[in-house]
Design a protein. Structure first.
Lengths: 488, 784
């Protein structure tokens, strides 16, 4: 397998399928500028830039190398801190690096390479914001997955904003794309005991599934790779879903939108900014971190079937549908409300993959409120995630994460509210809303865990219903939220 | 002698003391070239370590079957406590911390055996194969259980002044209260790591990410039963430490040394993040309770504090930590008649340890809670109550007998009050809260007064070794360690300024026990105070030799000491001027010694534990902050909108570095009091064991407006260039965030009730505080 590493072609030949990019860089290439802070994609010290072709255009994205399987990088380009200077026009420091020094943006320095790479990715991807405020928001978004324990961030943000004031500094990128012979698009004739398959079509994917029914799918790997880095369990047969264009497409028709299962949050963000601002403003910008959203996929979030995944409640409330495709190519479409069976159990059969998620255009247009409650605002797993949407028939549809063993609709509360009239000006009558809150408090028996107590989950879920209803009122003027995020 | 190549780096700015000189490693940081222990190129045959540890909080070890571990792929060696040739002990002061457990285990995570294998993954996979049988014993997992059994790691200590019982009883108003302050995970970005290799004479060279190389040297020697002069401990830099690498780095260094010694191979022991979070100590939880009496103005007549700390299973540094909490129970206020009792609770959890502030922050939380409670009780602005209680002339005696000499805070607070527009904003916030039913705002100004010096007297000393080479460059070695705080930069500045040369002429060497021996930990904010003075002393020795030489050498000029100047990379001797390298070369040719060892010991300080009186601190560093928050009363979520800080660093050695310490300390303190929550399971296991569920602040959490200014006033004491220590004190500035949250909650009762909020004040805790306020309102209505 070949890829370009800092303008040089490198090959991996003896790597295990689950070798991380970080270990490859540090152990096999002696490039130790990239650091390991946590090994779980939570701190960003290991951030590097990986190129990716999106709609015919090569984009450069910051990723966590500690949970990125190196085998997935075939034919792509990786940029690390170690050789960054080789890529600048004058072989000097990039403006981000210069400003980090000027603004005293490093103290212990361990997180610094990760911050630099996240900011270089921002600089490469987009020009400055439309205003100083906008630039600052973009910087904060770009470093949402980078933790610094020394500086308190102010000088880092300042350094980035200073650097971004100047014209975009293009990196001198020389990519030498050349697929290796063993690209593992289709399974080879000789059986393999361990492999990292890179099918480039659903046909090839199905061929791998037929031949290796026990192989595991990997897309962003943002959760699966923790098996390797945290539990030290090897993953020996992996099928990568990120090289199949049809699984990464967003297709819009008049009646609905289809999202390929391997659509990344990054893709979803730009879709949401245009079609569902509430999804962006109230959820996506704080789901995971920049690095995680560049890699994590919608399908991964669904098939993982975690009770605290952030996308399922949204999809449940909007009555989305999921398409499952078998290894022989037969397809079935089912409502996502039927998909989650029990803790980490779904309706997906072993020989099926999730191919598509479908949301009705009408559902996307409904008034919707999304509330994510967590200890930290950015990059934190939800204690509770509540989604409230008012269907065209003015019935309230409610879904939660964190309230039960699966992401779940609040059917009892919905049923009660369906019997009462929603007035666009005044909402539900106060006693109706209070009664609905009381029902909601009793509807679930959430657990107490590291994120929140059962009582808090019950109490807040009811308050979120109130907040949602008040927010949807036509003449609502009083501030109901902290207004922490001002722009789309 | 051979003519040296003329160096060309000396033409630039002096960058000495007082300049915002860049961190000496900044360029290396931003290019990825700064090396941390795990970045050192691996030596051939290096092995990697993992430990197998207890899964129960308290038990007798019945059997430890390691047969499958020994035969696992890649495993070269497996050891238990029986394989330790010397003393099985890595505790810093009192002991009680075995490197490997013997017959009992006392916390989940306690190492029982260790493996050296050809890779970290193989080592980690191997340790899972052990079969360990435990006979479980009763475990105390929290402060309440330990207090109930009166189970302590060290005896209870009391500090007292006057007759508090009488004066509380006779006071016009009395209040009592309680706050539980949870601990904190250090979360240094570079995890604990050590590398050791054997030397030809049976010794060990160990690289460690540690704040205390001399202790590493001593413990390695004791574990191996070899003399100290065969062990070298070295550290160039740490990727953050915050107190977590003061005593906690020792186990890794000793383990690596032990395997290196046994196998005659290089060993690297890097703790994966989760092991680090489970196996190493954290900031102590404290349960603080108080009773206070005060007058109509809110002035304290008397107060009694009980501070009970969760120490974990062993003493570690808990003696000093709880003492420091007690020394700071007053924070900035004259307590009048006082009693402060400090209890060191033994729990079957990992032994808690040093963390920026060293107990001081937890001690202050009690009195700051009390100040807000008094203000609420008297219906006064909390700032007025705080100001009324500040130490001032005539009310300047601490409860441990030290007199406050330099009264910085009254003026500093006055300046901050104006600078932050506190009064007008307080009025605006009250108006806002009256017109908004869902979002509520709060504001608070809290001070910090933090005592500087180790409370263990003998640690207040330092050494430095300065060498000047014949090209006029200098190498300074000292006993302090660089963890990002900028110590090396400040030392570089001190040395450069002493000789009037540019900082580029001074290189700071890695800290090694064979260069400067018997050093103290870089801790207690004292790194620059101690090592800066030791470096200055070394400079003075060489300089006085050089001056003597110049007077003698240029005697035809008939000059005295005053006629010799070291400025701008030149040495002026009367009307003669030489470049610094020329002068140094001349001195060398005339056989003047160009190296010297400097030493410093802090004057004046003492503390008598029997009488609980003394002068434990040379001086105090001061500061104050104003925080404004908004909170969502439906969910308990909140946002810190604005923070204004004025902080006293004496005469700053490097304003940029000092501001960096203030901002970084503030954010770390804010994390401690808001989002960072340690959670423990019913079996004593840490469940917040990863950054996925232990949340330190991100850039988003930085207040939208954050203004930091240095309070410009020299230190009255003879410190290095009249500066003040800055490492720890700013952490406690974050107490104003917590106090502002209480204020915002209290607004829902029209400031009639200031609810208790234990920390961290997560959205959930704020939510419950708001429910408490609602209950208060209901009660008021019913009683009406």
């Amino acid at each position: 397998m070949r890829f370009t590493l800092n303008n040089e072609t490198v090959e991996t030949s003896n790597s295990a399928p689950d070798t991380t990019l970080l270990n490859f860089l540090r152990e096999q290439q002696s490039l130790t500028g990239t650091k390991e802070g946590c090994g779980s994609g939570d701190c960003g010290a290991c951030t590097v830039i990986v190129s990716k072709e999106v709609a015919g255009e090569v984009r450069y994205q910051a990723v966590n190398s500690c949970i990125y399987p190196v085998e997935s990088i075939e034919n792509q380009h990786v940029i690390t801190i170690d050789k960054l200077q080789d890529l600048t026009q004058d072989k000097g420091l990039s403006s981000i690096q210069t400003q980090m020094v000027e603004c005293h943006g490093s103290q212990c320095g361990f997180c610094t390479p990760g911050f630099i790479m996240s900011l270089i990715a921002l600089q490469t991807e987009q020009n400055t914001g439309v205003s100083a405020y906008d630039t600052k928001q973009k910087v904060i978004d770009a470093i949402s997955g980078n933790l610094c324990r020394c500086t308190g961030y102010r000088p880092i943000v300042e350094a980035a904003c200073e650097a971004l004031k100047k014209p975009n500094q293009a990196l001198n990128i020389v990519q030498t794309p050349q697929k290796s012979a063993d690209s593992l698009d289709y399974p080879p004739a000789t059986p393999l005991t361990e492999f990292f398959a890179r099918p480039t079509s659903e046909d090839a994917l199905q061929a791998w599934m037929q031949q290796y029914p026990k192989a595991q799918f990997i897309a962003g790997g943002t959760d699966l790779m923790l098996t390797v880095t945290q539990q030290y369990k090897p993953l020996s047969q992996l099928i990568d879903l990120t090289h199949i264009p049809s699984l990464q497409q967003i297709t819009e028709s008049e009646t609905h939108v289809d999202f390929g299962a391997a659509t990344t949050y990054l893709q979803l963000e730009s879709f949401a900014k245009r079609h569902s601002p509430v999804l962006y403003q109230q959820l996506l910008h704080r789901l995971g971190s920049r690095q995680i959203r560049n890699r994590g996929t919608l399908g991964g979030n669904i098939c993982n079937a975690s009770p605290i995944g952030d996308m399922p409640p949204y999809l449940l409330a909007l009555d989305a549908q999921v398409e499952l495709t078998s290894s022989t190519g037969s397809k079935r479409l089912l409502p996502i409300t039927e998909f989650f069976v029990d803790y980490k159990k779904t309706k997906r059969n072993a020989d099926e993959y999730l191919s598509k998620i479908r949301i009705a255009q009408s559902a996307l247009a409904q008034p919707t409120q999304i509330f994510k409650i967590s200890k930290r605002y950015e990059d934190d797993i939800s204690a509770i995630l509540g989604v409230f949407t008012l269907s065209q028939s003015n019935t309230m549809q409610i879904a939660f994460g964190g309230m039960a063993a699966v992401p779940i609709r609040a059917r009892q509360t919905e049923a009660y509210l369906a019997k009462h009239k929603w007035d666009p000006a005044t909402g539900f009558e106060a006693h109706v809303l209070q009664q609905a809150c009381d029902i909601l408090k009793e509807e679930f028996s959430p657990i107490s865990d590291v994120r929140a107590s059962s009582a808090y989950r019950q109490g807040v879920s009811a308050n979120l219903l109130k907040k949602a209803c008040w927010s949807m009122l036509a003449n609502q003027t009083e501030e109901l939220s902290l207004g922490v995020f001002g722009h789309a | 002698m051979r003519k040296l190549i003329e160096p060309n780096i000396m033409q630039h700015s002096p960058g000495g003391v007082g300049f915002s000189t860049k961190h000496e490693s900044a360029l290396k940081h931003v290019t990825g070239k700064a090396q941390y222990v795990d970045d050192i190129p691996t030596l051939a045959n290096t092995l990697y370590v993992a430990t197998g540890y207890s899964t129960v909080p308290h038990a007798k070890l019945i059997s430890v079957d390691l047969s499958l571990v020994k035969t696992a792929p890649g495993v070269i060696d497996v050891i238990t406590h029986l394989d330790i040739p010397g003393h099985n002990e890595v505790g810093p002061v009192y002991g009680g911390d075995p490197l490997l457990a013997e017959s009992t285990v006392e916390y989940v995570g306690q190492p029982i055996f260790a493996v050296a294998a050809t890779s970290l993954t193989l080592a980690k996979q191997a340790v899972k194969l052990a079969k360990i049988d435990y006979q479980k014993l009763p475990a105390d997992l929290n402060i309440a259980q330990a207090l109930n059994k009166q189970s302590f790691v060290l005896p209870t200590h009391t500090m007292a002044m006057g007759d508090p019982d009488k004066h509380i009883q006779q006071a016009k108003h009395t209040l009592s209260g309680e706050v539980y302050v949870k601990g904190q995970e250090h979360f240094y970005l570079e995890g604990q790591v050590s590398q050791a290799w054997p030397t030809e004479d049976g010794g060990i060279h160990v690289l460690s990410s540690t704040q205390h190389p001399s202790e590493i040297q001593k413990l390695v020697a004791e574990i191996l039963a070899i003399p100290l002069h065969l062990v070298v401990a070295e550290v160039r830099r740490m990727g953050g430490a915050f107190g977590g690498k003061e005593s906690q780095a020792a186990a890794l260094a000793c383990m690596a040394a032990l395997f290196a010694h046994r196998l005659n191979r290089p060993i690297r022991y890097k703790m994966p993040r989760q092991d680090d979070m489970i196996q190493t100590g954290k900031r102590h939880d404290f349960l603080n309770t108080w009773q206070a009496g005060f007058d109509d103005q809110g002035k304290l007549a008397g107060v009694k504090f009980d501070l009970a700390a969760k120490c974990g299973y062993s003493p570690d540094l808990s003696e000093g930590i709880v003492d420091r909490a007690m020394f700071h129970a007053d924070n900035a206020y004259y307590l009048n008649h006082t009693q402060v009792v400090g209890q060191r609770c033994k729990t079957h959890t990992v032994s808690n340890t040093a963390f920026r502030g060293f107990g001081g922050p937890q001690g202050m939380m009690a009195i700051e809670a009390l100040m807000d409670d008094i203000a609420c009780h008297l219906q006064q602005d909390p700032l007025d109550v705080r100001k009324a209680n500040l130490y001032q002339l005539g009310r300047d005696q601490t409860h441990y007998g030290q007199k406050i000499e330099q009264h910085v805070l009254p003026d500093l607070i006055q300046q901050l009050e104006t600078f932050s527009d506190y009064r007008a904003r307080r009025a605006q916030i009250k108006a806002f809260n009256q017109t908004h039913s869902h979002i509520k705002k709060g504001i608070a100004l809290t001070p910090v007064k933090f005592g500087i010096s180790f409370t263990v007297k003998h640690l207040n000393q330092a050494g430095a070794l300065l060498t000047i080479y014949t090209d006029g460059t200098m190498l300074i070695s000292h006993g302090g360690t660089e963890m990002g705080q900028g110590l090396y930069t400040k030392i570089q500045q001190v040395v450069a300024s002493a000789f009037g040369v540019s900082v580029q002429r001074v290189n700071v060497a890695s800290t090694r026990t064979d260069k400067v021996p018997n050093t103290s930990p870089t801790a207690a904010s004292s790194g620059t105070d101690l090592n800066g003075m030791a470096a200055q002393n070394a400079c003075d020795i060489i300089k006085s030799n050089l001056i003597k030489f110049a007077i003698e050498h240029f005697k035809e000029q008939k000059i005295s000491e005053e006629d010799i100047e070291f400025t701008n990379d030149n040495v002026t001797i009367g009307d003669k001027s030489l470049s610094f390298p020329e002068f140094i070369k001349l001195a060398y040719m005339n056989r003047v010694p160009l190296f010297a060892a400097g030493h410093y010991k802090t004057p004046k300080i003492y503390y008598n534990r029997d009488t609980a009186k003394g002068q434990p601190f040379l001086y105090y560093a001061n500061g104050a902050s104003v925080s404004e928050v908004s909170l969502d009363t439906l969910t308990g979520e909140y946002k810190v909108n604005r923070v204004d800080i004025l902080h006293d660093v004496g005469q700053s050695l490097n304003p940029a570095i000092d501001i960096g310490q203030i901002e970084g300390g503030f954010m770390q303190g804010m994390g401690w009091l808001t989002t960072e929550e340690l959670s423990w399971g019913e079996q004593g296991q840490l469940i917040s064991n990863s950054p996925a569920n232990y949340k330190i602040p991100t850039a988003f959490d930085v207040p939208e407006q954050l203004r930091v200014e240095l309070y410009n006033q020299k230190n009255n004491e003879a410190t290095i260039h009249s500066s003040k220590a800055v490492g720890e004190p700013p952490l406690m500035l974050a107490i104003s965030v917590w106090s502002a949250l209480r204020d915002a909650c209290a607004s829902t009762t029209n400031y009639q009730h200031c609810p208790r909020i234990d920390t961290p004040a997560t959205p959930e805790r704020v939510f419950w505080a708001l429910q408490d306020c609602q209950a208060f309102n209901q009660q008021q209505q019913e009683s009406r």
